[in-house]
Write a protein that binds this ligand. Structure first.
Ligand SMILES: CC(C)(COP(=O)(O)OP(=O)(O)OC[C@H]1O[C@@H](n2cnc3c(N)ncnc32)[C@H](O)[C@@H]1OP(=O)(O)O)[C@@H](O)C(=O)NCCC(=O)NCCS
Length: 170
């Protein structure tokens, strides 16, 4: 069963492997916010815990960054934002997710998004915004399979790529 949870120091090797795999295949997509290879993993876990409690935000809104684990292996992640700023209201949304390339097409993104929506509901949010590129077929299907309702498509500043904005009633 897929588990969405905070990182612990025992996850270091599987998380680093996931970061490396993602970097190789999707260099433009940030899998691990605020993470660097040279960082002590325990410090990274502490930073993520702090951010979920509204401390050391480094320009972010309060958020929980969680790993998606299957039998101890990190197969993906979710970044769950508890509020929206201007950028998140337009293109980022409440939840961002990714699945490592070798584990795609197995339904994990669909499950990660479901669990992340449950997490927001438990935090008393009654609506959640999730966005994706108009070209990202897998993400569109992930969102629609979880019941997202398309509000609109907007263009990103400096790009002709459209972003789809979907709402969920929690
Ligand atoms: C988008 C992403 C998270 C999908 O992860 P995944 O685990 O492969 O997705 P799932 O297996 O849960 O599949 C979800 C749906 O997409 C479909 N799908 C998966 N890969 C697909 C592909 N390459 N092309 C078309 N559809 C695809 C699945 O069939 C499924 O649809 P269904 O429920 O109608 O059958 C993954 O490709 C990824 O991490 N991409 C890079 C980061 C990213 O784009 N994140 C989303 C930001 S909005």
């Amino acid at each position: 069963m897929l588990e969405l949870r905070f990182l612990t120091k025992n996850d270091e090797s599987t998380f680093r492997a996931a970061v490396d795999e993602f970097k190789l295949h999707n260099p433009d997509w940030e899998f691990a916010f605020h993470f660097s290879d040279s960082m002590k993993f325990e410090d990274y876990c502490d930073l993520l815990r702090n951010q979920s409690e509204g401390r050391d935000l480094r320009g972010f809104v309060p958020n929980s960054y969680m790993g998606a684990f299957l039998n101890g292996k990190c197969v993906g992640r979710a970044s769950i934002r508890y509020e929206l700023n201007d950028m998140l209201s337009a293109i980022g949304g409440h939840i961002g997710y990714g699945v490592i390339p070798s584990q795609r097409g197995k339904g994990y993104a669909r499950e990660i998004l479901r669990l992340a929506l449950e997490h927001l509901k438990a935090r008393n949010l009654n609506r959640a915004l999730v966005t994706c590129s108009d070209h990202n077929v897998a993400s569109i299907r992930t969102i629609e399979a979880n019941g997202g309702i398309l509000e609109n498509k907007i263009s990103r500043a400096g790009s002709n790529e459209l972003t789809r904005r979907y709402w969920f009633n929690l």
